[in-house]
Design a protein around this ligand. Structure first.
Ligand code: SF4
Length: 599
């Protein structure tokens, strides 16, 4: 039992470590959670008085992030990955097996506070699942035998730090290399190139290379960096978005594990171009195990004069990178939400404009790019625009890393030139009898076999990297249900169409799965989905209906075969269900209704 004095000492030490800066609130809360297994009221009091943040605000931050808790979690805190791919590999039955062995239930903390067991959205281990996290560290390739070993270790109260390393082994599983993974990048070479060429020529080179952000939206990297450079402020900031929360994606994990030096090279290159002194790597909480090696890599670069003061001996070129952890909130992958989170707040997407590139972290012009984009920029700085353009298509130059998981013989990382067809990819990874591929995660595209001639490209199938394969034995409706539940869980709750709409979709889908739905329910789904697309505040709500809407279009039979023949079976009044939201927002105009002139 933690004494009040222990709580005060731990909180005081962490406040000291993070400079008593309000902007570091989230980092302090994460460290408290790790040390004390929860965030006690006394710690909240102390943080509130020291940082001059209201208790309500601090509690709001704690409540926002899945990995933070005000009531104690078990000393062994186990979270099974609930991604559909983990489910297909048997995660649910393994979680049940472990729960039975340890006399608890998924979702519970055992009354002796020894064990907590629950599910989490996706741990980013789709190529080596079923996976789980224990106290934040990944357990991979789980089997009934491994579950028995874990049971024994927990029952014998062996500290997690003393468990056999092979339980935590994370493989790279790189099966295809191309431009980025097959070429050398000597440390410092890209930065030298930036310093020699100057910002203008380097930006021209990135522009000529046609480099676009690898997150999926495809904004031109040179333009983003140029806007930041041109913003009228003294300070600028470089942020790497390593939140990688899209279920089915894990390529950033491998890049961070094996190619971190290239990433830091790319961030420093960006700092040289835009004139930034401060950099952040925002690392998703599920990749906690990577923090220590990444800190070592940063330290190595500082020792080699590639970070810190006067980089490469150039007076005035000062830049350093701090790692900030996330705490289990998918929405923080959205760049303005990520910046809010970096500032220690709830990760609610900002209203744009202004855009982060001119008003980002603490109001400073901020470049936010993902891991793959920074690495590509560093490679272009060394090898040139033509080298990069030699691969890919006119509108999508270079290559794309894919995280391939699901029904295939060789799941893992594949680097392909843009323009590669799905058929080729499916052949390479050993997929057979494929019924459908889901590209770009739950918010992305369902692709049916008659479309497997289509290509990975911004002008065709854009993706951040998730490539999930479902063979003919799978229920696509189960996958749609998993994706829809994911959005219910990850909606930040800020706006009504998303908060209410995701729940309504979930109810409707359950009705279909229980064969109680009629054609009218499909029409309702379209109405709700359209409303969400048109009125949600950010991309999450705007795309949360995609799994249902696109599967209804591409695979209508899976829905029709489950419908009742009666014309209508009411379950709830859609418009009435929005009444609470109307009261909360003080709106009662036609636009706030699904009828009366609303959508
Ligand atoms: S759309 Fe959803 S995730 Fe985005 S701000 Fe609204 S509630 Fe939050």
């Amino acid at each position: 039992m933690m004494s009040e004095r222990d709580i005060q000492e731990t909180t005081g030490r962490l406040l000291e470590k993070w400079g008593r800066e309000p902007v570091n609130l989230l980092q302090i809360l994460i460290a408290l959670q790790q040390s004390l297994h929860h965030i006690p009221d006394q710690a909240v009091d102390l943080l509130s008085s020291t940082l001059n943040i209201s208790q309500a605000s601090i509690e709001g931050v704690i409540g926002f992030y899945s990995f933070l808790h005000t009531s104690p979690r078990g000393e062994y805190d186990i979270l099974f990955s609930d991604n559909i791919i983990d489910q297909m590999l048997g995660s649910r039955s393994l979680a049940t097996q472990l729960a039975e062995r340890l006399c608890t239930n998924p979702g519970d903390t055992r009354c002796d506070k020894h064990i907590s067991l629950d599910y989490t959205s996706c741990t980013g281990m789709g190529d080596q699942g079923p996976a789980a996290l224990i106290n934040g560290y990944p357990l991979t390739s789980l089997t009934p035998e491994r579950i028995d070993r874990i049971t024994a270790l927990v029952e014998m109260e062996v500290p997690v730090t003393e468990w056999p390393e092979e339980l935590f082994h994370v493989s790279d599983n790189i099966h295809r290399r191309d431009l980025l993974l097959d070429s050398d990048l000597p440390p410092g070479r890209a930065i030298e190139s930036a310093l020699t060429q100057g910002a203008g020529r380097l930006l021209d080179s990135l522009g000529n290379a046609g480099l676009r952000g690898r997150g999926g939206a495809g904004f031109k990297t040179a333009d983003k960096w140029r806007f930041c450079l041109q913003a009228a402020q003294e300070q600028r900031v470089v942020v790497c978005n390593a939140d990688e929360g899209e279920p089915g994606t894990f390529k950033d994990r491998v890049l961070l594990q094996r190619y971190a030096d290239r990433l830091f090279e790319g961030m420093t290159l960006c700092a040289a171009v835009v004139g930034a002194q401060k950099g952040f790597l925002y690392l998703r909480g599920e990749y906690l195990y990577l923090r220590e090696p990444l800190e070592q890599e940063l330290e190595q670069r500082r020792s080699n004069g590639l970070l810190g003061q006067a980089i490469l001996g150039r007076e005035g070129f000062d830049f350093d990178i701090t790692i900030h952890l996330g705490a289990g909130a998918y929405i923080c992958g959205e760049e303005s939400a990520l910046i809010e989170s970096l500032e220690g707040k709830r990760g609610i997407p900002r209203i744009r404009p202004p855009f982060p590139v001119t008003h980002g972290y603490l109001g400073y012009p901020t470049v936010v790019n993902n891991v793959e984009t920074f690495i590509a920029a560093a490679m272009i700085a060394v090898y040139g625009a033509d080298w990069f353009r030699a691969k890919g298509t006119e509108a999508s130059t270079g290559t794309k890393l894919l995280s391939i998981s699901g029904d295939c013989q060789r799941p893992g990382i594949y680097e392909y030139p843009f323009g590669t067809t799905l058929s080729e990819i499916l052949d390479d990874c050993g997929a057979e009898e494929t019924q459908a591929v889901q590209i770009a995660g739950p918010a992305g595209h369902w692709v049916a076999p008659e479309e497997f001639h289509r290509t990975i490209a911004f002008e065709d199938l854009a993706t951040g990297g998730s490539f999930m394969i479902f063979n003919r034995s799978r229920s696509l409706l189960e996958a749609v249900k998993n994706f829809t539940n994911f959005f219910v869980h990850e909606s930040c709750g800020f706006c009504t169409p998303c908060r209410v709409g995701t729940t309504l979709l979930k109810k409707q889908l359950n009705k279909i799965l229980n064969t109680h739905a009629t054609r009218k329910d499909l029409e309702s789904i379209e109405t709700i989905g359209t409303l969400m697309q048109e009125t949600s505040h950010c991309g999450l709500g705007q795309t949360a209906a995609n799994p249902i809407l696109t599967s209804m279009k591409k695979f209508p039979l899976i829905y029709k075969s489950r419908l009742r023949t009666t014309s209508f079976e009411p379950t709830f009044d859609l418009d009435a269900s929005l009444e609470e939201a109307r009261l909360a927002t003080g709106r009662d105009d036609p636009g706030a209704h699904l009828k009366r002139g609303g959508v």
